[in-house]
Design a protein. Structure first.
Length: 171
């Protein structure tokens, strides 16, 4: 009977550790998405950068760590690392540690163990840009956004959220 009771407490401890780890992973995911979204939304888009940005030739080096800290905190975690990607992709990798330990269980040492997690979010284009062939054209070119082709007015550039989406990467 004592063995079964010990086994039940051990399973409870493992479950509690898993729940804490899942919470930390959710916090890391939210923080990484927020960092990449902040990078996307703070980029000052110009018509000259549009083609290179959509083709992936221009990778902005922007910091989105302020947003990552907020979202990690909202999910009971602290950011321990936040870095823009340096591998040719646009986005961020964020590492977090849970604010609360696994807790006091029958297994020794869990009361001081905190969950850690890392997530990477990337900014990817939704559109492609075809520059105008004639320099005297009133349009700078056309945007093809998921099959919807429109002529681009250089004075009215689309919002960055219309041109790029933010998603988690499987790193």
């Amino acid at each position: 009977m004592a063995s079964l009771l010990f086994l039940a407490f051990a399973f409870f401890a493992v479950g509690q550790a898993g729940a804490t780890r899942n919470g930390a992973q959710s916090a890391a995911d939210a923080a990484a998405l927020a960092a990449a979204r902040e990078q996307r939304d703070t980029f000052d888009l110009t018509i000259d950068d549009l083609g290179d940005l959509l083709d992936g030739e221009l990778i902005p080096a922007l910091d989105g760590c302020g947003a990552s800290r907020y979202y990690a905190g909202q999910n009971q975690a602290d950011v321990v690392g936040c870095d823009p990607l340096s591998d040719g992709r646009w986005g961020s990798t964020v590492s977090v540690t849970s604010q609360k330990p696994v807790g006091d269980t029958i297994l020794p040492g869990t009361e001081t163990r905190f969950a850690e997690a890392t997530a990477t979010a990337i900014v990817v284009p939704r559109c492609s840009f075809d520059p105008a062939e004639d320099a005297d054209s009133p349009s700078s070119g056309s945007l093809d956004c998921e099959g919807d082709v429109t002529d681009l007015d250089p004075a009215l550039l689309p919002d960055m959220s219309d041109l790029f989406e933010v998603r988690l990467a499987e790193d």
